[in-house]
Design a protein around this ligand. Structure first.
Ligand code: SF4
Length: 277
């Protein structure tokens, strides 16, 4: 059993490592862990049926020595990439972005109808003045992240529950990379401020400290979104990024979903698009 367990986990980590970086957080002490890497739970979740099937067959045959090889072969054959990520960028003077793309009153109405209103520190109402927050900046860099699903993934995730789980897992995965990169850019350009593509994902869902009227546990890791400041994401996407927004419909994933982030700076950064290639 122990040998089978080791074979199975080695294969799992080998496979995950081939596709995407992962970490188990156990450091060098574990032979199966590779620090600095990150396990893509979206792929694991979406493909777990194949794993269970392979495990069952392996155990039933009582031939665990073949399990590792078989898992690798079968998953390589059966598992295609779940989604690909494509970034595009646009740059606009902040004064114009505010003039043509912001309608604070209208979007505050949408925020008030959301369960995160007054229940998450990265969402309205803010304890600071949003005008003061953006006033030091002159330029808005916009990042559109198109997450494209392959046909197999769309088919395998039909149904409200599966579809929702896939979107949530994808969002958390893509946001982890996006947000980290934006925070790195903030360090590189000190007179700057990032805007994340949606609400805060740092604490577990529904676990923001604001619900208990406590201060944010990690203000250095969270940023507001453009929409929470009243910017029109649909218009930003179609007119600045030339991407038509698509949504899940009746439990079916669309061909792609789009995440829109922002990076406000004092001066335009000509090399900004290069960071997203
Ligand atoms: S880090 Fe946690 S406490 Fe802070 S805004 Fe995000 S969810 Fe809330």
């Amino acid at each position: 059993m122990q040998t089978a367990h080791k074979h199975l986990l080695s294969a799992t980590y080998d496979w995950a490592g081939l596709i995407r970086a992962y970490t188990t957080g156990r450091g060098d002490a574990s032979g199966l862990a590779r620090p600095g890497h990150r396990l893509d739970m979206t792929r694991i979740e979406a493909n777990k049926g194949v794993w269970y099937e392979t495990m069952k067959e392996g155990f039933e045959r009582g031939d665990t020595s073949r399990l590792k090889r078989e898992i690798l072969e079968r998953t390589r054959e059966k598992m295609k990439p779940m989604y690909s990520v494509d970034h595009s960028t646009a740059t606009i003077a902040l004064a114009d972005y505010v003039r043509y793309f912001r309608d604070a009153e209208r979007f505050m109405g949408y925020c008030k109808a959301c369960g995160r209103y007054d229940a998450c520190w990265s969402c309205p109402p803010f304890e600071f003045d949003t005008e003061d927050y953006i006033s030091p900046f002159e330029t808005a860099h916009i990042i559109g992240t198109k997450v494209v699903f392959d046909e197999d993934t769309i088919e395998r995730n039909r149904g409200l529950d599966k579809c929702k789980k896939t979107v949530v897992a994808m969002m958390e995965d893509v946001r982890r990379g996006l947000d980290g990169k934006l925070l790195e850019l903030e360090k590189r350009y000190p007179a700057s401020r990032a805007f994340f593509a949606g609400t805060c994902h740092v604490c577990p869902r529904g676990g923001c400290a604001r619900i208990e009227k406590k201060p944010c546990i990690a203000p250095e890791k969270t940023r507001p979104s453009l929409e929470s400041f009243g910017f029109d994401i649909g218009k930003t996407s179609s007119e600045l990024l030339r991407i038509e927004l698509k949504w899940t419909r009746d439990g079916v994933l669309p061909e792609y979903l789009t995440l829109v982030s922002g990076f406000f700076t004092r001066e335009a950064i000509p090399e900004f698009p290069l960071f997203w290639r």
